[in-house]
Design a protein around this ligand. Structure first.
Ligand code: GLU
Length: 512
């Protein structure tokens, strides 16, 4: 019988979640939902030296912002808890001792100083990366080289020790990766990883594999940086006799810097001109702030859509996918091996697409608080109309209020337009237009447009003779959305008063 799909996102709370981490969470989520399975959040916090306060809350908040709600996790535990490794730390030791019992692990008593000496002498012999492995272990201080009595005596005397995995000598491991296909590794290349540290705490490898087993994880979907750990994990499953329920593995491609040169890392922060974190993060120690997509004005839907495409594609031309549509379209087979280049412009493009999909009312609701914060007083019906007009031109909600002229009469006027388009007869032409505007009773976009055209036609004026000057008086600018639309939004009185106030000012500027 096939098992219910269960996947986990297992971040370590060592800082803010990088966007690569969010993508890992996303692919796990999509895979789980696609197969009617569970998406689990597990906090891997056994290494207390790297623990950063606030990081776990940050991770949860980021997932929530993205709509990737775990089915089980520290905040909503299921039956496989606890979901924080620090809360089950004592439980792991037993598994390490089980492996000693069945001959797949051993005690190692080498002190850190002794290991340093060995590393140094290996370096001198031109072997810079000393490995504690199936060859070197035969000359180290461990339960494979010492007699049972010696080992017991050391343990009784309270000598510190670690427990190491005993990697088999010269065996070929064949592991299937759902993205990379068959990965073949000779066990001679696998070192004897520490499973239990001298303080009795498990290492990542032990805790990770034990938890995946206990939480009945069926698929491990994680970043490429964990690929080198996979053989150790594979050996651990064998050593525990858990091959039957061993999860399938999928190692996701790296996310690369925009120029393709190397991995986009946490340390890139804002250095490359865009955020690498979903939410803003203030480092608790240095107080340094790193920007986040949320605070930069990105919609979570756009952020998720963009991330989905960093490593996956649907195999056709479609690019816009809601989270539900992604669930439908996603398949792990369509995730590539090659690193995916991050593209800032594309990310902005996604945001723009999502902005356009929103109704004017939705955009108004998002813009109102920003206007208020900027001290702009405007009512909702008015702002809704501004949003309707601006949404084709804006990539972010904030940009819809960039044009101040909607909210107040212009105080300065574009110099270039004055120089190029403001001619001696412009004031008279605009006075003529003003008379027409006064007589429009129903001041709608259509009516204004009709009267504009009429005025041009009757007087045989070209568009460029009237519009730039008129636009300048009403908006202060040389370019922008349709003037009939702007006028309709502003209302007749406001337009007329801007003409009246602006004419002498622009004339003065022209002659200055
Ligand atoms: N705790 C590891 C991390 O921080 C988990 C890796 C894995 O998914 O096995 O990414």
């Amino acid at each position: 019988m096939s098992r219910k799909v269960r996947v986990r996102f297992a971040p370590s709370p060592t800082g803010p979640l990088h966007m690569g981490g969010v993508r890992t969470a996303l692919y796990n989520y999509l895979f789980a939902k696609k197969h009617g399975g569970d998406f689990i959040l597990r906090i891997e916090d056994t290494d207390q030296t790297r623990y950063v306060p606030g990081a776990e809350d940050y991770i949860k908040e980021a997932l929530e912002w993205c709509g990737l709600i775990p089915d089980e996790g520290p905040s909503n535990p299921g039956s496989c808890g606890p979901y924080r490794q620090s809360e089950r730390k004592e439980g792991y030791a037993k598994y390490a001792y089980d492996l000693i019992e069945n001959g797949n692990a051993y005690y190692a008593f080498d002190t850190p100083e002794e290991l340093d000496v060995v590393r140094e002498s290996a370096k001198k012999m031109k072997m810079p990366n000393f490995q504690y492995n199936s060859i070197t272990r035969t000359s180290m201080k461990n339960s494979l080289t010492l007699s049972a009595e010696e080992v017991q005596a050391k343990i009784d005397a309270g000598e510190p020790y670690v427990i190491r995995l005993k990697a088999p000598r010269n065996e070929e491991l064949r592991m299937n990766d759902l993205i990379r296909g068959w990965v073949v590794v000779n066990t001679n290349n696998i070192d004897d990883k520490v499973l239990l540290k001298a303080d009795g705490m498990p290492t990542y490898h032990l805790a990770n594999v034990v938890d995946d087993h206990k939480m009945e994880i069926t698929h491990v979907i994680r970043g490429e940086e964990w690929l080198p750990s996979a053989p150790t994990h594979f050996l651990l499953y064998k050593a525990f006799g858990w091959e039957e329920t061993m999860p399938e593995f999928a190692h996701l491609p790296l996310i690369l810097k925009p120029d393709g040169n190397g991995k986009l890392s946490k340390r890139d922060g804002d250095r490359l001109g865009f955020p690498v974190f979903p939410l803003e993060w203030v480092d608790p120690k240095t107080k340094e702030t790193s920007s986040g997509y949320r605070e930069k004005g990105y919609f979570p839907e756009a952020f998720i859509n963009m991330l989905a495409f960093l490593g996956w594609n649907p195999g056709d031309e479609r690019e816009l996918f809601s989270l539900t549509e992604l669930v439908d379209a996603f398949s792990i087979e369509r995730v590539g091996k090659a690193g995916a280049k991050f593209d800032t412009d594309k990310t902005k493009w996604f945001n723009q697409q999502y902005l356009r999909m929103k109704t004017d009312e939705e955009l108004c609701a998002l813009l109102m608080p920003k206007l208020k914060a900027a001290g702009v007083d405007a009512d909702e019906p008015f702002v809704t109309k501004v949003c309707g007009l601006m949404k084709e031109r804006a990539g972010f909600v904030e940009e819809m209020m960039a044009d101040k002229f909607y909210f107040e009469a212009p105080s300065d006027y574009d110099e270039k337009t004055i120089k190029k388009k403001w001619k001696d007869d412009t004031p008279a032409i605009i006075e003529g237009l003003r008379k027409i505007l006064v007589n429009i009773t129903d001041f709608t976009e259509e009516n204004i447009e009709t009267e504009f055209k009429n005025y041009l036609e009757v007087n045989e004026y070209g568009f460029g003779k009237v519009m730039p000057g008129f636009r300048l008086l009403v908006t202060g600018k040389g370019m922008g959305p349709s003037m009939s639309a702007i006028c309709a939004i502003l209302g007749k009185d406001e337009v007329l008063s801007r003409i009246d106030a602006g004419l002498p000012k622009v004339e003065a500027l022209k002659n200055a």
